[in-house]
Ligand binder design. Structure first.
Ligand SMILES: [Fe+2]
Length: 180
């Protein structure tokens, strides 16, 4: 039993073990809250961006949102497939999200890129742990879904960071990501 499975668990013919279901429902529910929080942050940035890169980032963020909505939907549906309840209300997400609250006073394009990249990095790190935890618990299907989610958020993090990483050959400076 955990904070997510003490909601009613439905019996199902799905024969993933009870322990694996509990581990997976916990992990999926945590990431559903984070993922919906991040989806809302993406629109906050999409609407309020100001700066020379406006249109490119504005349009990019809509592709992020569409891709993340699809991944969040798969996460929610996996919870229900395992007998759990997918909790996607604003109140549930606000109570459960582990991401830092998104700044509503940010406007500069660079501020939004950094704020989003920070949250994507935290989200991606949690998803990576979930891959291992659900695999070790014996739920390969959920581990595979987390692997798909991991690739998706890693790609979006790359798109974000490419806006703020200094190009190779430029002067070294704070935050420069060096080739190894
Ligand atoms: Fe729009």
């Amino acid at each position: 039993m955990n904070e997510f499975t003490n909601l009613q668990l439905y019996g199902t013919r799905n024969d993933v073990s009870a322990n694996a279901k509990s581990v997976s429902i916990q992990a999926l529910s945590e990431r559903l809250a984070d993922g919906i929080d991040l989806a809302l942050a993406i629109k906050q940035a999409h609407w309020n961006l100001k700066g020379a890169q406006f249109i490119g980032v504005h349009l990019m963020l809509d592709t992020f949102r569409n891709e993340l909505d699809d991944l969040n939907d798969k996460v929610a549906e996996r919870i229900v497939q395992l007998g759990g309840t997918a909790c996607g209300t604003v109140a549930a997400v606000a109570a459960r999200s582990r991401l830092a609250p998104y700044p509503i006073d940010a406007h500069a394009v660079g501020s939004h890129i950094v704020a989003l990249a920070d949250r994507y990095a935290d989200f991606a790190s949690a998803v990576r742990r979930n891959i291992d935890d659900t695999d070790e618990a014996g739920d390969a299907g959920t581990a595979d879904l987390f692997t798909e989610l991991s690739r998706g958020v890693d790609k979006q993090l790359w798109f974000l960071e490419a806006h703020i990483q200094e190009a190779a050959g430029s002067m070294p400076g704070p935050g420069r990501i060096t080739d190894r």
